[in-house]
Design a protein around this ligand. Structure first.
Ligand SMILES: Cc1ncc(COP(=O)(O)O)c(C=O)c1O
Length: 404
């Protein structure tokens, strides 16, 4: 520890400095960087399992033991060894959002019946592909989806993704909100819900689930919003007599900045208990971020250090295209050194190798003199990084490793 809580906020029992060396999941990160090369993502299986167990415990504490399920949102990270690890560990199914995600989840060991499917803008071909997976549960997010699935599967059970016109998201970041004041493509609004139920009835579909996912990255200060979102969602449940399951989506966040207050799962659990503790309903959650984000580091090699005007830059060997969240959503991944030295910390801009103005990993990161440092690690790189990577500027290469 450096002893400065502003700098040390991200340290925890499986990610910390010991004898000045950065340790992650029991590994010396400097050695990992030399061994694996860069850019590489390293994921801690132990941390993933602990995150999953924490959510399970919180659901049980909400009085939902035996009537709640977790579906890991694989869009967050689809690295096959990670999915296989989750399957072996047990305790969660999969939330998938495209036919290829379903195919991939099945190839990693999940049964179609363990997959909850929620997608948007599906084509005829998509529906035909999905129809091959017997047991897959479909949450329809448009009248179009109800009609298309109903034509293929009359008489079956479906879920309806609704839009409660109430959103949630980290620090009111509206780029992370899927519902709220702005009309979005996600889910069926209250005004059209009756029509949706009538359409379902035309195909003899039983609407047994209401689903809503209205935003990402929420922490403790946003729990009042969650309360409101659920209250609004429950108004739809009241109008759909066959509903037995409610899926409250994902969106549980992790801290990105020193001032972020981590999500207090006891308070989260209390919100769920208030709404569902005494209801005869099965509750589903489909987190991605919370399970994998803080279980991943992105290891990068330093390419140069140079002062331009009054700003100190350090360049690294990968850019925002392999982990777009900081650039797209303004969610910074704090850069940390792989060992501590005694040089004073200086504000340093960490920048990537892509010719785009938004290719900035972090502005004014407090970093020491980087002369002796070959590498940096970015924390929170476990979610929406490799899974969203592109080959922009033909710089899309990286490696991934699941650490025991
Ligand atoms: C429908 C749905 N469910 C779950 C998730 C997972 O969200 P998070 O990773 O924020 O938990 C998403 C993310 O976009 C989503 O669209």
């Amino acid at each position: 520890m450096t002893g400065d809580s502003q700098l040390d906020w991200w340290q925890r029992p499986d990610l910390f400095y010991q004898n000045k060396k950065l340790i992650f999941a029991g590994h010396n990160v400097n050695k990992l960087a030399y061994q694996f090369g860069t850019p590489s993502f390293v994921y801690s299986s132990a941390r993933i399992e602990a995150n999953l167990k924490r959510i399970r415990q919180a659901l049980d504490d909400a009085g939902l033991a035996g009537r709640s399920s977790i579906f890991y949102a694989m869009k967050a990270n689809r690295f096959a060894p990670l999915l296989r690890f989750l399957k072996q560990t047990g305790g969660c199914g999969i939330d998938a959002c495209s036919p290829n995600e379903v195919k991939h989840a099945v190839s990693c060991g999940f049964q179609p019946s363990e997959i909850s499917f929620t997608a948007t803008s599906l084509s005829k071909n998509d529906f035909a592909m999905l129809d091959r997976y017997h047991g897959l549960f479909m949450d329809c997010d448009t009248l179009h989806a109800i009609r298309s699935w109903g034509e293929l599967n009359p008489g079956s059970e479906i879920g309806i993704r609704i839009n409660p016109a109430a959103g949630i998201g980290r620090a009111c970041n509206d780029r992370l909100q899927y519902a709220g004041c702005t009309t979005t493509k996600f889910g069926i609004y209250r005004e059209q819900f009756e029509q949706a139920l009538e359409l379902a009835a035309e195909f003899d579909l039983t609407v047994s689930k209401i689903h809503f996912h209205t935003g990402c990255g929420y922490l403790t200060p946003e729990l009042d919003q969650l309360d409101h979102v659920i209250s609004e969602g429950m108004k739809f449940v009241a109008d759909a007599p066959d509903v037995k399951r409610v899926n409250i989506g994902g969106g549980l966040g992790v801290p990105h900045l020193p001032e972020d207050q981590a999500l207090d799962l006891a308070q989260w659990s209390a919100v769920l208990n208030r709404h569902f503790g005494k209801r005869d309903l099965h509750i589903e959650v489909e987190p991605g971020d919370y399970i994998v984000k803080d279980a991943g580091l992105l290891l990068l090699a330093k390419t140069y250090v140079e002062t331009k005007r009054d700003t100190l830059f350090v360049g690294v060997d990968a850019g925002f295209n392999i982990a777009p969240e900081p650039a797209y959503y303004g969610l910074p991944f704090q850069p940390v050194t792989l060992f501590l030295d005694d040089s004073p910390l200086r504000p340093t801009h960490v920048v990537g190798n892509i010719n785009e103005a938004l290719d900035v990993w972090y502005e004014n990161a407090p970093l020491p003199d980087l002369d002796q440092h070959d590498y940096l690690a970015l924390i929170n790189a476990g979610a929406y990084s490799s899974s969203m990577a592109s080959n922009h500027c033909m710089r899309g290469e990286f490696s991934e490793f699941l650490l025991p």
